[in-house]
Design a protein. Structure first.
Length: 204
């Protein structure tokens, strides 16, 4: 489901075809079969990329680089994206990354608490630090010195830069997905209905 018209894969310009092929045959497609629907359309934010391929190819390259070419551990990476998905009530982002979070070792009780809009019980210091950092940035639009120092101590400066770039990219995707009312394909988990105004997650 989307407000944005699907780009017809049979009528792609040369630039659109190049972008389509890079996504459809790239590492994302190997991880998620639902990236292309039964009619050959790219789903999620990738259909939006095709509408403006001169810009979309850069967004696609950034996302692919963050997913597959950085050294940030997958567990904090996926935890951060789930916090963004909850904050933005982005069902598509949630559906795509809840499974990846499980594969990265994030426990089911943590994922379930996030899905309910609750602050999860986190035992690992790195989980606590990343959650607090991302939650403060998403809800307060800034980060306290103590939250910054805590996440810096567990990630180090280079991985913290990777984390912040990840946040920027997935916030941008959540905004695109919400603007175009993009929901996950049928059968995938969508915690929020389109009419749900949502609730703020409050830290414990």
């Amino acid at each position: 489901m989307t407000r944005l018209s699907y780009v017809d894969p049979a009528r792609l310009s040369g630039e659109q075809q190049e972008l389509y092929d890079s996504i459809a045959s790239g590492p994302r497609a190997a991880k998620r079969a639902s990236l292309i629907d039964g009619e050959g359309h790219l789903t999620g934010p990738f259909n939006g990329f095709l509408h403006l391929p001169a810009l979309g190819k850069h967004w696609s390259a950034i996302g692919e680089g963050l997913r597959f070419r950085t050294t940030l551990d997958r567990r904090p990476f996926e935890l951060a994206i789930l916090v963004i998905a909850v904050n933005w009530r982005s069902g598509h982002e949630w559906a795509a990354h809840a499974r990846l979070a499980r594969e990265a070792g994030l426990e089911e009780e943590i994922i379930a608490a996030l899905r309910r809009g609750e602050t999860p019980h986190l035992e690992r210091p790195d989980d606590k630090a990343v959650f607090r950092f991302v939650h403060e940035l998403m809800t307060l639009r800034q980060v306290s010195p103590s939250a910054y120092e805590a996440v810096l101590s567990v990630l180090g400066e280079t991985h913290l830069v990777e984390l912040v770039n990840t946040l920027g990219y997935y916030v941008a995707l959540a905004a695109m997905l919400n603007a175009f009312d993009v929901h996950p394909p049928h059968g995938l988990d969508d915690p929020w209905s389109p009419a749900d105004s949502g609730r703020e997650m409050t830290p414990s």
